[in-house]
Design a protein around this ligand. Structure first.
Ligand code: PRP
Length: 232
């Protein structure tokens, strides 16, 4: 086959590939479902079943496929082009800061905050400001180090993947940096919020290279999300 024809047939085969959207399981998934329905993206029933082991789901009458991954992995799947689009919390985007990601839209869901917390009977932010070194349990070592460095404090981060709230009580670290929504998890574990580092919401993210090569399809999806969010 001549080189030009070969290129064309490869391009059209590529065009048939579904656009893959990576969605974080858990809270973001719950809040994103009404938006998906509004814009005509209807994933297979299995997507709604928490016990389901399947991780990729086709969508009725559309060339879109959804993958359900951990919130911290959404930007990685999209940055490396395994998924073209993702829905990720701004906390995770701040932590990784991938240059291959374009963030066209705040979806106005998944609102919470990334905060510093410590034991209820600890001295609070004023006391923290007097130290030059602090140990912090967190899944956000980059944000945590930057935050404390801006105050002239060296943070020694103990990286955990969950259940951070146990760390102060068990003397793993005197404070934690984690997401706070209702504040119930902090209270239930004898902790208080001492400082908000950032307000968090979920964003639509796009792989920059895919945005160029599949611009029409991806732009249409972004515009549909934008309209749904504006009319929410
Ligand atoms: C998050 C976060 C806190 C909790 C805060 O965990 O890590 O533990 O929510 O929410 P609250 O202020 O409403 O109590 P999540 O339940 O998302 O699970 P995770 O530990 O897997 O991140």
């Amino acid at each position: 086959m001549p080189a030009v024809m070969e290129e064309k047939s490869m391009a059209s085969a590529g065009d048939m590939q579904p656009i893959i959207i990576a969605i974080a399981k858990g809270r973001i998934q719950e809040e994103v479902v009404p938006i998906l329905q509004k814009i005509g993206i209807f994933p297979d029933e299995a997507f709604f079943d928490d016990g389901e082991r399947q991780l990729q789901f086709s969508c009725k009458d559309s060339n879109i496929s959804i993958i359900r991954v951990r919130s911290f992995d959404v930007p990685t799947f999209v940055a490396f082009g395994a998924a073209q689009i993702g829905i990720a919390g701004s906390d995770v985007l701040m932590e990784f800061d991938y240059s291959d990601l374009y963030t066209p839209l705040d979806l106005n869901i998944g609102h919470c905050r990334l905060s510093v917390a410590e034991l209820e009977d600890a001295e609070g932010a004023d006391d923290m400001a007097r130290v030059s070194h602090i140990r912090v349990a967190t899944k956000y070592p980059n944000i945590t180090s930057r935050h404390f460095a801006s105050k002239g404090i060296q943070a020694e981060c103990i990286k955990l993947s969950g259940a951070m709230e146990l760390a102060p009580k068990l003397k793993l670290a005197p404070c934690i940096v984690d997401l706070v929504s209702s504040g119930r998890t902090l209270t239930a574990n004898g902790l208080k919020e001492v400082e908000v580092i950032a307000k968090v919401s979920s964003k639509l993210i796009v792989n920059r290279a895919a945005f160029k090569t599949r611009n029409l399809e991806i732009s249409e999806i972004i515009n549909n999300f934008r309209e749904a969010v504006q009319n929410a």
